[in-house]
Design a protein around this ligand. Structure first.
Ligand code: DGJ
Length: 731
């Protein structure tokens, strides 16, 4: 079985197809981390733990005079504070009259079939007939009477272990929780690199690889959302690890709010990873009998490099996270009105754009911001989700009918979590936004944030969104969120509970999404937060796709999409062709290249077709046809990063290969061109080495082996910013 306890060695063993994860109950009942890596037989790992009398390393009282047993250096699964372990802990709390130590000892375990459900929060789910088991280990501290239930769900065949923790207050007094990490992983050495994905608005998820070094390297967000600035995903990898070789471990936190991921190199050159809700500004009062649930952390290990690690995440997110029926369906090619019209439109203009979109082959028209309330710019109207008849005379229902009559589906933009001060909603409920008493609220993009920690606000949103979606034929919703949270203060909570606001906001959001999105399974929901400011796995539980970035410059997008691809499958990355010069960077890139780059995800347009020549419109139509032909390979195939835009200044190349290896698409974009430079080659990946392939438009046939070892020449005729898509078919 994928999860078991060996009573003889006192070890818990988790096994996936390729990896083993092993923990051991120490002689004093502590839960120690023994191993996470390549799958090994059931053997005695005790020799891996060495015991020495270390200076200034305290010994638990139960160790008597044994000075060699100290939590200061032993690798642990869950580290309580004030017990001799000075590394960053898994848990911080205040219980009883002010005690803060947590000495949890193994008090029992249970192994259940299935993944179980995490109440109120997203989590990976098992597919029917899938081999999934969940091990729960209970750590009890009889003095604080707090118990931590560590949960490990093993997706055996998919090589994933999902961890979470539930904290229970079994005492008679309230406990104040100040920190609870979803996962702590101790490595006994630290000769590794970290890969993380920092960014900013319009340049999200850049790739950074840095060596583990002394101290704590932390990434995270305190913005109330997972943020543009850091993605809740970290990779630890060996120094020799590359795309196709070496060990690496991934940790992905399924959370859309403020988070923290830390990598700490300690005094003995060991490494501790922690991932969980950001403790800064967080506290939670746990009354007797109450529980607190941490979000899930998704762990994966690869012994053969980063591509394999990405494939593990792509597969599990596609199959076991995303619940939308669209996860398996082709997504319609849409044209979004934002960069076409911004706020400046009326019905006639929208219909003209839509008509042209239909001629270009678009299958859906999406009306972005500006259709509701008094919304002529971004300073007003949020919260008033009724159509502005001055702009859209026929209303949403009438407009939707007209769009459908053109043979397209219809989509709409909303930003439910926000309110403008100049709105009916704000005038009716000024107390519904987050702000501190006696202090005017901080604005972001002129707007305020609704207090989703309040049930009445959530119910209002559910009602207003559901009635909007039922008022017309709407097949797609872009759910936007355009600012970071600032104040974390809610009118309905007592002073001692204000530390709960940010997490309650996230739970409120999940509740609203569950009620709105699940009620409309036939609508495609697309997540957005000023582009990719909330691009996290938790959002994918509700929405099958997310707008990757407000930056539609094809050359910048090479980096954004490259970074995003480490954890996230192409099927969730919305990517559009826009106009040139690009509205953000001012750069001009050939239309064909813009198309190639936008096909590195869920393809669409974000432009005013009236600004295109008829040849350009025809080219767009051909892009749509091409994409529809290849969308299965693109969205369901295996993804390979052939080059890194950070390491190769000359060109960026990537490849999709169908699951049966019969079809493949290779994309190359030249990012810099020197005069009379060397002939550059790119080696393909993921092909059947014994199979023979034809490349459309090329003479001859080539073995997978040859294409993967000798590669193909980057076509000489490609000039700067030009690109090519090569279609391979096995014969
Ligand atoms: C931010 C989004 O990322 C854009 O695509 C657009 O929808 C605007 N918001 C609308 O305000």
């Amino acid at each position: 079985m994928a999860a078991r306890y060996n009573a003889e060695t006192k070890t818990f063993i988790l096994e996936t197809a390729d990896s083993s994860y092993i923990m051991k109950v120490s002689r004093y009942g502590n839960l120690l981390h023994m191993y996470y890596g390549s799958r090994i037989p059931d053997e005695d790992l005790d020799y891996l733990l060495t015991f020495h009398d270390r200076g200034f390393s305290p010994n638990p009282n139960e160790a008597g005079n044994d000075r060699t047993f100290s939590l200061d250096f032993l690798p642990q699964e869950f580290s309580g504070g004030r017990n001799g372990d000075y590394r960053s802990p898994s848990l911080e709390l205040v219980w009883g009259e002010g005690g803060s130590a947590f000495c949890g000892k193994v008090a029992g375990y249970e192994i259940k079939a299935g993944a179980g459900r995490i109440s109120g929060m997203p989590g990976l789910r098992e597919l029917p007939q899938e081999q999934v088991h969940t091990l729960e280990i209970r750590l009890a501290d009889p003095v604080s009477r707090v118990e931590a239930v560590l949960s490990y769900t093993v997706f055996e065949e998919k090589n994933v272990i999902a961890r979470t923790v539930r904290l229970e207050n079994r005492g008679e007094k309230a406990v104040r929780l100040e920190r609870l990490m979803s996962a702590t992983i101790d490595f006994q050495n630290s000769d590794y690199d970290l890969i993380c994905f920092p960014g900013r608005h319009a340049m999200e998820r850049e790739f950074r690889r840095i060596p583990v070094s002394e101290g704590i390297h932390s990434i995270g967000s305190s913005r109330g959302t997972s943020s543009h600035q850091y993605n809740p995903f970290l990779i630890v990898c060996g120094k020799n690890c590359g795309e196709d070789q070496g060990q690496c471990w991934g940790i992905s936190l399924m959370y859309s709010g403020s988070f923290l991921i830390e990598a700490e190199k300690d005094q003995y050159s060991q490494l501790r990873l922690n991932a969980g809700i950001n403790p800064a500004g967080f506290s939670w009062l746990l009354e007797p009998g109450e529980e607190f649930q941490a979000p899930q952390a998704v762990l994966a290990w690869s012994g053969s490099g980063l591509t394999r690690l990405s494939h593990i995440y792509h597969r599990i997110f596609r199959e076991n996270l995303c619940r939308s029926p669209f996860r398996r369906k082709a997504r319609p090619v849409l044209l979004n009105s934002w960069e076409a019209a911004y706020f400046d439109f009326d019905e006639e203009k929208i219909l003209t754009i839509a008509r042209e979109a239909a001629h270009m082959g678009a299958e859906m028209f999406v009306l972005d911001d500006g259709w509701f309330g008094k919304r002529d710019d971004d300073s007003t109207g949020l919260g008033d989700w009724t159509v502005n008849r001055k702009k859209i005379g026929s209303g949403i229902q009438g407009l939707s009918q007209k769009i459908h009559a053109m043979g397209m589906q219809f989509g709409l933009w909303v930003e439910p979590e926000m309110v403008s001060e100049d709105s009916e909603l704000y005038r009716r409920h000024p107390d519904w936004c987050l702000r501190e008493p006696g202090r005017p609220a901080v604005r972001g993009r002129y707007q305020l944030v609704l207090d989703l920690s309040r049930r009445d606000v959530c119910e209002y949103l559910i009602e207003s969104m559901n009635s909007l979606l039922e008022s017309a034929q709407i097949e797609y919703v872009k759910w936007d969120m355009n600012r970071s949270l600032t104040e974390a203060w809610s009118d309905l909570l007592s002073a001692e509970r204000q530390g709960e606001v940010l997490h309650r906001y996230v739970l409120g959001l999940y509740y609203v999404m569950e009620q709105v999105i699940l009620k409309h399974p036939d609508i495609i929901f697309c997540g957005c937060s000023g582009g990719g400011g909330r691009f996290d796995p938790a959002m994918l539980y509700y929405q099958p796709q997310i707008w990757c970035s407000d930056n539609t410059d094809a050359i910048n997008r090479l980096k954004i999409q490259y970074g995003t691809s480490f954890a996230y499958p192409l099927s969730c990355m919305e990517s559009h062709v826009s106009i040139c010069p690009n509205h953000i960077t001012g750069r001009s890139v050939p239309l064909s290249t813009r198309g190639i780059v936008a096909m590195d995800g869920v393809f669409g347009f974000e432009l005013d077709p009236l600004k295109l020549t008829s040849e350009e419109k025809e080219a767009c139509r051909q892009q749509v046809d091409f994409y529809k032909k290849y969308s299965k390979v693109i969205l369901d195939g295996d993804y390979y990063r052939l080059t890194s835009p950070y390491e190769n200044p000359y060109f960026t190349a990537w490849q999709q290969v169908s699951q049966d290896q019969k079809k493949s698409l290779v994309s190359i974009v030249v990012t810099d061109r020197e005069g009379n430079g060397p002939q550059r080659f790119v080696k393909l990946k993921g092909l059947n080495k014994d199979g023979f392939y034809r490349i459309e438009g090329w003479k001859g046939k080539y073995s997978g082996n040859l294409l993967m070892n000798a590669g193909i020449p980057v076509p000489w005729e490609l000039k700067e910013y030009e690109g090519i898509q090569l279609r391979l078919r096995m014969i």
